[in-house]
Ligand binder design. Structure first.
Ligand code: PGA
Length: 232
């Protein structure tokens, strides 16, 4: 399974150094992708880790103050990039079109996008889950080759589950994942949103899941280790 760890805007330099020391002691056959903040990526000195960024610029190198390009990230051994996380869509107004540009930039630098998609609570209640997911996938993958579509990773993250402790039923998650797979036949699909060491024994019954995108427990390594043990 793929386990992507989204540290979000957490861990100062000292905290990250300590975190990394403990993180590197985790032994698992699962694929762990660590996604620290940009500045913490810069302080990683370990070629054995799989590194992801939490965002990528939709532009090339150049006059884009504050942005970090895929080309630059690739030189820091970044192999994955979370793109279109709901926090970016909500707080930084990232549109599906912008997400599409970012995905293309990532691929140009051999970085595998982890595209986040998911519905709000209101959209779910209005019965619009599939409509939203389809629109997010179709726009975000426009112009990609079949090979790129297979290579990329989708993270299905119901927005109302992120950081709330509330998760959909296994049936709801499976329905959403199977729907994504009906559009992108051979693409890996992760589940994200309040997945933790307490609910993983229930979540792991969903056989369509190819892995998890973890936020909160990515910061608590004792809980992460428990999560991985239960998943095994
Ligand atoms: P969470 O975050 O696990 O804290 O809900 C997941 C995410 O935002 O990717």
């Amino acid at each position: 399974m793929i386990i992507a760890l989204n540290n979000k805007s957490n861990l100062n330099k000292e905290e990250f150094d300590n975190y990394l020391q403990e993180f590197t002691t985790i032994k698992t056959n699962h694929t762990l992708i660590l996604c620290p903040t940009f500045i913490n990526i810069g302080s990683i000195n370990n070629n054995d880790l799989l590194i992801g960024s939490q965002n990528v610029s939709s532009h090339e190198d150049g006059a884009y103050t504050g942005e970090i390009s895929a080309k630059q990230l690739a030189t820091y051994n970044v192999k994955y990039a979370i793109i279109g996380h709901s926090e970016r869509r909500t707080y930084y107004n990232e549109s599906n079109t912008e997400v599409n540009r970012k995905i293309k930039k990532a691929f140009e630098s051999n970085i595998i996008p982890i595209l986040c998609i998911g519905e709000t609570k209101e959209e779910r209640e209005a019965g619009k889950v599939k409509e939203i997911l389809e629109k997010e996938i179709i726009t975000a993958t426009e112009g990609l080759t079949e090979e790129e579509k297979e290579k990329m990773i989708i993270a299905y993250e119901p927005i109302w589950s992120i950081g709330t402790g509330i998760i959909p039923t296994n049936e709801e998650i499976n329905d959403a994942i199977m729907f994504v797979k009906s559009i992108l036949n051979n693409t890996k699909v992760l589940y994200g949103g309040s997945a933790n060491e307490k609910n993983i024994s229930e979540l792991k019954k969903i056989t369509s899941i190819d892995g998890y995108l973890l936020g909160g427990i990515s910061l608590k390594l004792d809980k992460l280790k428990e999560f991985i043990n239960i998943l095994n």
